[in-house]
Structures are given as C-alpha cells and as structure tokens.
Design a protein around this ligand. Structure first.
Ligand code: GLN
Length: 280
C-alpha cells in the first residue's frame, strides 16, 4: 500500500471494487478518491503521479468497504448533483434521480406556455433532499415555492440545501397537502415525485436502494398509487384554475394514473383539460 501514486491507488481501488462486482468500478473509485481530497477532476489529474498520502489509506479503505456492502456512493460522499447543482444527501432522503430532472424540464416548459413570466405559486409534495423545490426556486426566481414533507429529518436536509444553494423556499411539515389546506393557501402548480413502488415489489429493488434509501420515500402502498390518489383528492381544494399538476410516475403506471385523472368529474371536479404523459 505504501509508496503508491494517486494513479496506482486509483487502479488498486478500482480493481478492488470490480472484484466485488461493482459495475462502474473505475468511475466510482475516481469519485471516492476525488472526494477524499475534495478535488475536482482536473485537480485529480494534476496530482495523478504524486504519492498517495499514507494517512488517507484508512479513510479510503473504509469507504471502499461501505461501497462493497452496497451503501450508495452518494451516501458515502454525501452528495448528488441534480440539475447542475450539488445537493447534500444522507439516508434520510431519496437520492435525486436523473428522471426527476426530466420532470422539471417538462414542467418548466409547460408552465411557461401557461403563465409566461407571471409569478406563480408552486407546491412540491414530498421534498426529500429538496431537489425539486430548490431547483424550481433557482430556475424561476419570481415563483413562490412551497414544499412539504412528513419527515423532519428530510426537511432538515432540504433546508440545509436551500441555504447552501441560496434558494428561497418555504418549508412545511406535514402529510401531503395538509399544511397547504390548513393554511387555506391556493397554488397554481402542484409537483410531486411521490413514493410509487407497490409494496410487494420493494423486495426486488437493488440492495443499494432497498437497504439504504428511506422506505418512506419509496413505498407507494399496495398498488403503488396511494399517494397520487390522495394528492389528487386534495388538489381539488388547493389548486387555482387554470392549474397544473406534474407527477413523476413509475414504469407501467401511466394507464392507471390517466384513469385516476379521468374520474375527475364524478369525484374530484378538477375539470381536467389536458393530460400529457411524457415520454408517451
Ligand atoms: N422530491 C424528492 C426527489 O424527487 C424526494 C422524492 C421522494 O422522496 N419520493 O428527489
């Protein structure tokens, strides 16, 4: 172990991860080493042929050990990039996903068509790391962005991210839209990436996900649709007209969710004009 260069340490860490069946071993080894020194990529390559400091072996080995025990890389280094910004993450919050970046891209596009540059009020249901709410607040500085979470630990993480990224977001503690209903506030846009995995499928998830990410953020109830149902029920009272609802949904959920939406007249009186499923 002694007298290795950074490059050699990287290649050693990379083979170690590969032996333990970690898919993107060289990339993950690189991320771990960069985080160990708080270096960006170019700093890493500038130091490539320098000696790997002895005192960094122990922390590196501990991280590698966590990784081969399926702790997600993002929880080890405490960060995930989302929409080009670094979000702090920990096991109290879901690691923000690239699919959710897509949701935001489409949502911003749709909202621009309806409201152009008007200042609208938005609520993100289930804030987690704050990825959605904070990104919207930064991308759309004149929007009033609210977000709710039932988990105090998640709210703490999201607030920390809002401070770090200098985003103006109003945080509420409670279940789904309850705090918004209680304050009698009305919003133009509801966005949510709720838990949507049917309870019986949770066991099939990768160990990284099922043993580490919060069940509260994943478990969508018996059919995976529980939270869409509840949010839509509450939406009737919370949403201004015209209003927009943007959901991230799971694979194979578009049909049942479109059906849920189509029950509008009988139950929810949302008077839904357009339903768009992306990608269709
Ligand atoms: N809104 C957060 C995200 O999209 C958390 C979602 C959740 O915990 N289900 O990352």
């Amino acid at each position: 172990m002694r007298n290795m260069t950074i490059k050699e340490a990287h290649s050693w860490a990379s083979s170690f991860l590969r032996q333990h069946h970690i898919d993107q071993a060289p990339l993950e080894a690189e991320v771990l080493i960069r985080n160990l020194f708080q270096w960006n990529r170019s700093q890493l390559f500038l130091q490539w042929n320098q000696p790997f400091p002895i005192e960094k072996w122990e922390p590196l080995k501990q991280w590698l050990d966590q990784r081969i025990h399926h702790i997600p890389l993002q929880y080890i280094v405490g960060e995930q990039e989302f929409y080009g910004r670094p979000f702090s993450v920990n096991p109290n919050v879901l690691i923000p996903r690239p699919e959710t970046e897509l949701l935001l891209e489409h949502l911003i596009h749709e909202a621009d068509q309806i409201w152009q540059d008007q200042p609208i009020t938005v609520v993100d249901v289930g804030t987690g790391s704050g990825a959605i709410a904070i990104t919207l607040a930064l991308e759309k500085p004149n929007w009033h962005v609210h977000t709710v979470d039932i988990s105090n630990a998640a709210l703490k993480t999201a607030k920390k991210n809002a401070i770090k990224l200098e985003a103006q977001v109003t945080f509420h503690h409670g279940d789904l839209l309850n705090p918004i209903l209680e304050s009698k506030m009305k919003v133009d846009l509801i966005v949510s990436n709720p838990p949507y995995i049917p309870t019986k499928d949770l066991d099939d998830l990768m160990p990284e996900v099922k043993n580490n990410e919060p069940m509260l953020a994943l478990d969508g109830g018996e059919d995976g649709l529980q939270f869409y149902r509840q949010i839509l029920q509450q939406a009737e009272k919370v949403l201004h007209r015209p209003g927009l609802i943007a959901f991230e949904i799971g694979i194979d959920q578009s049909e049942p969710i479109v059906e849920l939406l189509q029950q509008k007249d009988s139950k929810w009186k949302l008077q839904i004009e357009h339903i768009k499923v992306i990608p269709d």
